[in-house]
Design a protein around this ligand. Structure first.
Ligand SMILES: *Cc1c(COP(=O)(O)O)cnc(C)c1O
Length: 391
């Protein structure tokens, strides 16, 4: 049995999504900017997708949605764009220590351009509070960027409270909602969100397509200069099949939230409890309840996450030891260090992320295969031997 437990890294495109996209490769290939009939169809398809995206996050109007090439591009645009257009007001940005690298590395870049960035620490669960944000806001603060939900430990941040604090202080609020959109309820109006990033391939849409919500009235320079596409803010002939795909994917997933969330939470509970019952010296990372429905992240003492991954792979179980971007490097995850894990525990962590295609048998299969893998690896650890002998 092939078990894909890495839905936080990317997801499989749903059949309905692929089916919706296919006509836009060969039948309806017209450039949406042209005026003849085949282009009318593509233009209409792009606008339908924009409405589907707007509806899913309760954006007041579809023209506040801009299509981009993915989550990283949306994050770059939000930060660099706002930094640029509001620099006369100030050069201070607030974010958190546990953001995705698309945010953190963009902040580091902005620091080289004279901006000052406050990286708010998080508590042991990975939570940042609205109070912390409030205290960090200064007269020269132009932007607060706090992720909606963390991609490694799954913690869901108090976005509505943070949005309220920012709105009251008159500071723009961006959220990287790549892990949250179409997985948990997101409402840009109720949560006072000014800019929001999302990505199609994190919710069963295609890769290389994303979107950004930019509230009406916000000044932001074009991310790509050229033609008049995306209201002149992001030039280039539209990725029509991708746009149709992200629209269909967000519509499907949003409509199923009410049944899919409890289904995944039940699987998550089973997986977490099963692992903690069967395996000693293991702990759950992230918040027990304020977490993404499909996210499980566990640290195992005395062993390396990478070795667990290799042995899981031999059993056709695909998981991750942190974020896909950092695998290949031996640095422990910045998120696990930020929640206070010592280096050795951060190294021994495993992320299992479930989604639309995950079945209960797969959870059972992981619960059967994982304990002996951990035991086998621990038997090679001198430290574990010492602890066992003491007992
Ligand atoms: C995956 C991810 C991104 C990057 O999105 P891409 O579409 O792969 O560029 C950004 N932020 C978070 C939280 C993510 O999980």
């Amino acid at each position: 049995m092939e078990c894909y437990f890495d839905n936080a890294a990317t997801t499989k495109v749903r059949a309905e999504v692929l089916e919706a996209m296919l006509p836009y490769f060969q039948e309806n290939y017209g450039n949406p900017s042209s005026i003849y009939k085949i282009s009318q169809k593509t233009k209409k398809a792009v606008e339908t997708a924009r409405e589907q995206v707007a509806k899913a996050i309760n954006a007041p109007a579809a023209n506040e949605i801009y299509f981009t090439a993915g989550g990283s591009e949306s994050d770059n645009w939000a930060l660099k764009g706002i930094a640029d257009s509001y620099s006369s007001k100030g050069k201070h940005i607030i974010t958190t220590a546990i953001e995705h690298h698309a945010i953190l590395h963009t902040c580091e870049y902005l620091e080289t351009k004279g901006y000052e960035v406050t990286y708010l620490p998080v508590d042991e669960y990975g939570l940042v509070s609205a109070e912390q944000v409030k205290e960090a806001i200064r007269p020269d603060t132009i932007l607060v960027s706090v992720m909606f939900a963390n991609n490694e430990i799954g913690t869901i941040e108090p976005i509505a409270e943070i949005g309220a604090v920012c709105r009251e202080a008159g500071v723009l609020f961006h959220t990287d909602a790549v892990q949250a959109v179409a997985h948990v309820p997101v409402d840009v109006q109720a949560m006072n969100i000014d800019l929001l990033s999302m990505s199609g391939h994190k919710f069963y849409g295609p890769k290389g397509i994303g979107a950004m919500y930019i509230r009406k009235g916000i000044k932001i320079p074009s991310f790509i200069h050229g033609g008049a596409q995306e209201r002149k803010r992001r030039a280039g002939t539209e990725n029509v099949p991708g746009i149709v795909g992200i629209g269909k994917a967000i519509e499907l997933a949003s409509a199923e939230l009410e049944t899919e969330m409890p289904r995944l939470i039940a699987l998550r509970t089973k997986l977490i409890n099963g692992i903690l019952e069967k395996i000693p010296y293991a702990r759950l990372n992230g918040h027990p309840d304020l977490r993404l429905p499909g996210n499980v992240n566990i640290s195992f003492e005395f062993i390396e996450g990478e070795s667990i991954l290799l042995l899981l792979d031999m059993n056709d179980i695909y998981a991750s030891s942190g974020s896909a971007c950092t695998s290949g490097s031996l640095d422990p995850s910045h998120v696990l260090l930020a929640i206070g894990l010592p280096h050795e525990k951060a190294h021994g962590s495993l992320r299992l992320t479930m989604g639309h295609f995950t079945k209960e048998e797969e959870v059972d299969f992981v619960l059967e295969k994982l304990p002996p893998i951990v035991e086998r690896l621990r038997e090679m650890s001198p430290l574990y031997e010492q602890i066992k002998n003491k007992k």
